[in-house]
Design a protein around this ligand. Structure first.
Ligand SMILES: [Ca+2]
Ligand SMILES: [Ca+2]
Length: 194
């Protein structure tokens, strides 16, 4: 977003900075909004009415002002807001993209020019499904090697469970070869593991 050039008649420009939420049980999303103005941002206009968060389902929620950082440049104000998790804590049902919107007539410069209403940033809630990640981890664990699984050096590792050793006649006597038995192969399982 271009912040460098602002007309003197323009109100502050806002940009939100928020981190992704990945931990189940997190109670809120704290994020900062940087307001910049060619003149001075009117600190007194920054409050808990400035923003709304649009949830993935399209509904909107309020956020609360937590702090306004003190900066030497009065043309820049960094405010911290807190968005409480829907239902008290974030869980998988809250996964999605949340949009932070600045409301009109809420944040102004000291000449009374208000920032325009607009989306100023997003944050993502992506909480993993616990059971799925556990299952994946188990699927990738190496199992103890038994005699029947000595076919691994044949390069059949992904199919080791379906590999059987068979004795066949060879020039130097009987030889063992690995034979893949995929009669009960579940394509979805292997697509997932590939
Ligand atoms: Ca201005
Ligand atoms: Ca305000």
């Amino acid at each position: 977003m271009e912040l460098a050039r602002l007309f003197s008649s323009a109100g502050p420009v806002a940009v939100a900075h928020a981190r992704r939420i990945t931990q189940a049980g997190t109670t809120a999303c704290r994020f900062t909004v940087t307001y910049r103005d060619d003149g001075q941002v009117d600190r007194s206009t920054i409050d808990s009415d400035d923003l709304r968060v649009v949830l993935p389902d399209g509904s909107t929620r309020k956020v609360r002002l937590v702090d306004i950082a003190t900066t030497s440049d009065s043309g820049i104000r960094v405010a911290t807001y807190r968005f409480p998790a829907p239902g008290g804590t974030f869980d998988r049902s809250d996964n999605g993209v949340y949009t932070i919107r600045l409301r009109g007539h809420e944040v102004a410069d000291t000449k009374g020019h208000f920032a325009a209403p607009r989306a100023i940033g997003t944050f993502t809630v992506r909480i993993a499904k616990l059971a799925q990640s556990t299952q994946t981890a188990q699927g990738r664990q190496s199992r103890p090697v038994s005699g029947r699984e000595a076919a691994k050096p044949l390069g059949l590792l992904p199919f080791e469970k379906h590999t059987q050793l068979r004795s066949v006649p060879g020039r130097d006597g009987p030889a063992l070869i690995g034979v893949i038995d995929d009669s009960d192969r579940d394509p979805a399982r292997y697509d997932q593991g590939a």
